[in-house]
Design a binder for this molecule. Structure first.
Ligand code: FMN
Length: 310
């Protein structure tokens, strides 16, 4: 089974992807956080720099687009192909209010005629391979049947299904029963995504759905960067690895953002997941949330690394 690192805006960027591979590896593919094709069709240099192939050595990287205009998306796919990418992923799952209010992401699932026109334009103007990452509806899982009928009209290279509806955001559980019920109606190879946070959960998903093309993890992989390595029978993350990884992230973001203060806010995002690997981190976690100065960050982080690992 192939394991995919999920796209996560604000987390799984270039700095993280390289640090993750350097210390833990185990992902067969990395999906880049979404990119919105600019309406004026002038690529934003800083955003494109994230995707430069020479800056992304290692496991294959799949760029992802968050778009509503099919022609603009097809143009951007062409630009990405010129950079050397083959597969491009379409984001039809982002539930954030600012995105869905513009009819993008999971907001595309509200109007299936518009979705059909969008896909028709993208597939006829850009050609394949194009994969799709989708939620199973806006309000309720019963909407997924008609959505799959639309997807079935296009040669989607892979359908990554996160079985939550848009309204749910990240609440509750991923609806594995709805996912399973939908499988016979899926024409494209299917990847499952949602709440895979331990090697046991990855193994259970693999045993339950052996025909899938892949399993994708997001929050579980940030929480335990050795998740995929462990699922393949490898060792858990050691203290030295975690320390090297988090220090490399801090140094990488300090360089990328131009200041350690800006890097701290990004590091707090990582720590909010990864702190769970350390036993008895409650007090340090509270300090971490409040601190602002680089020296404070460095002191608290070094104290976290002395805690026992779970
Ligand atoms: C902070 C955050 C940022 C995310 N950014 C993206 C994104 O850019 N593109 C996307 O398709 N999904 C995005 N997602 C959704 C994840 O890729 C994934 O589908 C979701 O977290 C469920 O999988 P998980 O339970 O393994 O985390 C994001 C999720 C979170 C929590």
């Amino acid at each position: 089974m192939r394991y995919y690192a999920a796209p996560m805006e604000g987390l799984t960027d270039l700095v993280w992807r390289q640090a993750h591979q350097r210390y833990f590896g185990g992902a067969d593919r990395y999906y880049a956080p979404f990119l919105s094709p600019p309406e004026n069709r002038v690529p934003v240099k800083k955003k494109m720099a994230e995707l430069l192939p020479q800056a992304n050595p290692g496991a294959p990287l799949i760029p992802q687009l968050l778009a509503k205009d099919g022609s603009c998306a097809a143009w951007m796919i062409g630009a990405l192909r010129q950079m050397g990418y083959r597969e491009v992923n379409l984001n039809l799952g982002c539930p954030s209010g600012t995105v869905t209010a513009k009819g993008k992401g999971a907001g595309m699932l509200r109007d299936l005629d518009a979705l059909d026109r969008f896909l028709d334009t993208v597939f006829s103007e850009a050609g394949g391979p194009i994969s799709v990452k989708t939620r199973i509806g806006v309000e309720k899982p019963e909407e997924f049947g008609p959505i799959l009928e639309v997807y079935g009209r296009y040669p989607i290279a892979e359908l990554i299904i996160h079985p939550r509806v848009m309204r749910q955001l990240y609440r509750g559980q991923a609806d594995r029963a709805a996912f399973e019920a939908a499988l016979p109606a899926c024409k494209a190879p299917v990847c499952y995504n949602g709440d895979l946070a331990s090697p046991g959960e990855l193994a259970a998903a693999q045993a339950r759905w052996p025909g899938l093309s892949g399993l994708m993890a997001g929050r579980g992989l940030i929480a335990d960067p050795a998740l995929f390595r462990k699922a393949r029978g490898g060792p858990p993350a050691s203290r030295q690895e975690l320390q090297g990884y988090m220090n490399d992230l801090y140094a990488g973001y300090t360089a990328a953002f131009g200041s350690p203060q800006a890097a701290i806010s990004r590091m707090k995002g990582f720590w909010s997941y990864t702190i769970g690997l350390f036993e008895g981190a409650g007090k340090l976690e509270k300090q971490l949330k409040k601190l602002r100065d680089p020296w404070e960050y460095e002191v608290v982080a070094s104290q976290i690394f002395t805690l026992p690992l779970r």
